[in-house]
Ligand binder design. Structure first.
Ligand code: ZN
Length: 220
């Protein structure tokens, strides 16, 4: 039996406790082995809250299921942030960048759907953006334009636009996505503000040599 059914406040209480502990460790100076241990601890919490979300959703407790989705995603973002710090310390810069951007996008989803005051989430988002500016160089990105020929709603599987679901919104603990199955490419351009910051220029040419944009190491 889902322990949160009997007292839904337990859901928030446990979440706050877990996040407090994880946030304390999601600081660069904290020892890498302590951060790795916290990543494992969060796995257990994520498993628990994922089960709760499933049960809420099976009972059609939509608000609770949506809240559980938000809390799961926030805990996952903190776990990702810890993974990013580990990647930085272990000299895996490209991986650290991708994780950081995933954190930013997932947090955006939570902010759009969060039922409570969002100021602290907005501050958190600003911190993730500050990380991008202070830990990584300025980069160029790829962006492509095209005409969507076929796409489906992830919730009801109908053609996207022919149902009442909106992408980026939660429905009974599930995020609505637009699954694009056919697209006609129109153009590929290099931009400063792309739709997806993970689509980036990886190398630059310097005196006939290929250089990694992040580390400035030669790419052999
Ligand atoms: Zn739909």
């Amino acid at each position: 039996m889902n322990p949160y059914f009997t007292n839904p406040n337990n859901l928030l209480f446990e979440f706050n406790e877990t996040m407090l502990e994880a946030q304390r460790k999601a600081i660069f100076a904290v020892a890498i082995e302590i951060q790795k241990e916290e990543i494992k601890n969060l796995d257990l919490y994520l498993e628990k809250i994922s089960k709760a979300k499933k049960e809420f959703s099976e009972h059609n407790y939509e608000n609770d299921a949506n809240l559980a989705y938000c809390l799961f995603t926030l805990a996952e973002i903190i776990q990702l942030e810890l993974k990013m710090l580990v990647s930085l310390k272990e000299d895996r810069m490209a991986e650290a960048w991708d994780i950081l951007i995933t954190c930013e996008y997932n947090l955006g989803t939570v902010i759009r759907n969060y039922p409570f005051d969002q100021d602290h989430l907005q501050n958190y988002l600003n911190r993730l953006i500050d990380y991008q500016k202070t830990l990584f160089p300025k980069m160029m990105f790829h962006s492509y334009g095209g005409i969507v020929k076929e796409s489906h709603c992830s919730i009801c599987k109908l053609d996207y636009g022919n149902c009442n679901h909106f992408k980026g919104k939660l429905y009974n603990g599930e995020l609505c996505c637009r699954h694009i199955t056919e697209v006609q490419m129109e153009e590929l351009s290099v931009v400063e503000n792309p739709a997806d910051k993970r689509c980036r220029a990886i190398s630059i040419e310097n005196n006939g040599e290929k250089i990694d944009v992040l580390t400035l190491r030669k790419i052999i």
